[in-house]
Design a binder for this molecule. Structure first.
Ligand SMILES: NC(=O)c1ccc[n+]([C@@H]2O[C@H](COP(=O)([O-])OP(=O)(O)OC[C@H]3O[C@@H](n4cnc5c(N)ncnc54)[C@H](OP(=O)(O)O)[C@@H]3O)[C@@H](O)[C@H]2O)c1
Length: 282
């Protein structure tokens, strides 16, 4: 059996590749990367695959039984066609199953909605592909928040527009556990899972970070408009708008969802405290 992981050079793709190697051995795992050099450290066969290039995926998926398709990073409208390149090449190569990393989030409003909608379109494309499929909708990664900790400490606070909204965070390593089981087990075929932990507010996030890091952060809510202006000033128009849209989605309750993680991974999700402790341990 050969299982291929796309975007194997990225943080989620490499975490899933490493977990798969642990479960089934390196001879059964193939990494596909737009920039193969960046994935060579994984110690498995690496093939070239840019989502924009159907021909590369036609070659990369030869002899592959199952594919883990990591959601792309491009403009939402471009992503749909990019993912179709992978699904199309999988069909013509006789691949049996695709597992797709989608996202939890607001489908109807907020500036993040175009990204969520493009993910939903790929979900639909996969369900209509005629292949076996399984879909994970990822919670927000906790890592970027913790990588931003120095900024929070300098400000003495976490400030955003999420208000009292709850967010079910996860981590890339937790996701890697779930996706490995979803690839290996037929019982996951035809399932769409929310992959995330226990939902918490931003005030709870600040308290947990304080507990682990000994910081004294408080949480200060601001309006959506003010937060969007602030994020655009720091991150630019595109990224600033997306980040503000994510937190507006949290405010609206879009990330306060029941989790299917245990069904997918075969064990409970780590608690928010454990996620933060694990990040600190490195
Ligand atoms: N749930 C969340 O909180 C959250 C947060 C951020 C992103 N995401 C989504 O999750 C995905 C994985 O996240 P991550 O943390 O692994 O991101 P990451 O570490 O930044 O990795 C992004 C990966 O996408 C690859 N890539 C970009 N454009 C590509 C293309 N045209 N064809 C093939 N590969 C391409 C990159 O390849 P190169 O090495 O060649 O650049 C890299 O391997 C993201 O792409 C995004 O859709 C989710």
């Amino acid at each position: 059996m050969k299982i291929a992981v796309t975007s194997a050079s990225g943080q989620l793709g490499s975490a899933i590749t490493r977990q798969l190697i642990e479960e089934i051995g390196e001879a059964h795992v193939i990494g596909i990367a737009r920039t193969p050099k960046k994935a060579e450290h994984l110690g498995v066969e690496i093939r070239k695959g840019d989502y924009n290039n159907r021909g590369e995926f036609e070659a990369a998926l030869k002899g592959v039984d199952k594919v883990l398709l990591v959601s792309g990073m491009d403009d939402p409208q471009k992503r749909i066609g990019q993912h179709r390149n992978v699904i199309g090449a999988a069909k013509s190569n006789g691949v049996k199953k695709i597992v797709y990393t989608s996202i939890i989030g607001d489908e109807n409003q907020t500036a993040f909605q175009p990204i969520v909608k493009s993910n939903r379109q790929t979900e639909e494309d996969l369900r209509n592909s005629g292949l076996e499929w399984a879909i994970g909708r990822n919670g927000i990664y906790i890592e970027p928040d913790l990588e931003y900790l120095d900024h929070y400490v300098a400000a003495g606070e976490i400030s955003n527009c999420a208000g009292d909204g709850k967010c079910a965070y996860t981590s890339r390593n937790e996701l890697a556990q779930a996706y490995t089981q979803m690839l290996l087990g037929d019982e996951h075929n035809g399932q769409t899972y929310n992959l995330a932990g226990e939902p918490i507010t931003q005030a709870e996030l600040a308290r947990l970070i304080n507990q682990v890091y000994g910081t004294k952060l408080v949480y200060r809510p601001v309006s959506v408009a003010a937060y969007e202006q602030d994020r655009k000033a720091e991150l630019g128009e595109f990224m600033g708008t997306i980040i503000a849209g994510i937190y507006e989605g949290i405010l609206n309750g879009a990330n306060d969802v029941p989790s299917d993680y245990e069904k997918a991974a075969g064990r409970p999700h780590l608690s928010p405290l454990e996620l933060i402790e694990n990040f600190k341990l490195g």
